[in-house]
Write a protein of this length. Structure first.
Length: 333
């Protein structure tokens, strides 16, 4: 299926999610029925976790000045503008994991991220996510599947609602490291005049983490995947497919935990953004670094910095950003 979207994402949203959920239940029901439970095993207790993070920092963005016209050339690209603003971020999240009989479990997860900024809250957003998962073992491999929802506000206005069906499988989880795979299919919905952005979306990815026999470092991580979007209004310039690769390293210096990572992502759109011109192509690169120090009783302090650049064949989509933040976080025991 290289170069095209899977057939399943072309189905109407409700039918698409229901079909995938039904197929998964049939497969997992057969697998559970043929899986032997450990003799005399005890059901673990319900586990609940909570964490919160408060940070302040500063962000600088470089974007071109864009002027839209009613006639050709439709858009004029001016010089780059530099916007530097202070930012305040709040993040809270929680989860409840409820083991059932044998290998089965149910989990509920939620998260709220909010950012406010100076200059009229130009870079402000609020992101709320929640999901529920049913977990079991398929041929001895821990898996889970369930629905998820997400609400996104930008600069104080509602922008996007997402409904998805998500699945994952853990192929390895031992002292040597972790290896997981993820898949998701969903729908995007936008309010009012933004409805032209409505789309179906899919993604698949894998995450591999090494934690043993690594000279000089504590862990290495590799994340890669592919994704696609198909515009509901059949606007080719708003339909896309892309891939990403991210690598990271973690190590310790005294009581400090240090991390560094780099991400590369490319996106190819199926048509021109305007009535004329080439199809849009984006190449995004970012790096991030952080240092954290535990303060005891679940508290920690962290300093982080990020830098990102989006280069496109259309100058109106060029963007550069960098920032830093000082954070205070708490995680329940």
């Amino acid at each position: 299926m290289k170069g095209q979207l899977p057939h399943c994402v072309c189905l109407p949203a409700a039918r698409q999610l229901a079909t995938l959920l039904a197929l998964w239940c049939v497969v997992t029901h057969h697998a559970v029925a043929t899986t032997q439970e450990p003799a005399g095993s005890e059901v673990p207790a319900t586990n609940a976790t909570f964490s919160a993070d408060l940070s302040l920092g500063r962000e600088t963005n470089h974007v071109p000045e864009v002027t839209w016209l009613d006639a050709e050339p439709y858009v004029l690209i001016g010089p780059n503008q530099r916007v530097t603003v202070p930012v305040w971020r709040t993040s809270v999240m929680g989860s409840v994991d409820m083991p059932l009989s044998g290998f089965q479990r149910v989990s509920v997860n939620w998260r709220l991220d909010q950012q406010r900024s100076g200059s009229g809250n130009l870079l402000g957003y609020r992101l709320m996510t929640a999901d529920a998962r049913w977990g079991t073992a398929v041929a001895g491999i821990p898996t889970s599947v369930g629905p998820g929802v997400q609400e996104l506000w930008v600069s104080g206005s509602r922008f996007r609602r997402t409904a998805s069906l998500d699945a994952d499988a853990t192929l390895q989880a031992d002292p040597q490291g972790i290896w997981s795979v993820f898949a998701s299919v969903g729908v995007y919905r936008h309010p009012g005049e933004l409805r032209d952005l409505d789309a179906t979306a899919w993604s698949v990815s894998t995450l591999k983490r090494w934690t043993a026999d690594l000279p000089g470092v504590d862990a290495l991580e590799l994340d890669m995947g592919m994704r696609g979007e198909r515009n509901q209004q059949h606007i080719a310039g708003l339909s896309s497919r892309g891939v990403h690769v991210r690598s990271g390293v973690e190590y310790s210096v005294g009581d400090w935990s240090l991390s560094w990572g780099v991400t590369w992502q490319t996106t190819r759109y199926n048509g021109a953004v305007l009535d004329t011109g080439p199809s849009r192509r984006d190449a995004f690169v970012s790096w991030d670094a952080s240092a954290s120090l535990p303060l005891g009783a679940g508290w920690q302090i962290r300093v982080s910095t990020t830098s990102a650049s989006n280069r496109a064949n259309l100058p109106m989509f060029f963007q550069k950003s960098r920032g830093w933040a000082l954070s205070l976080g708490y995680t329940s025991p």
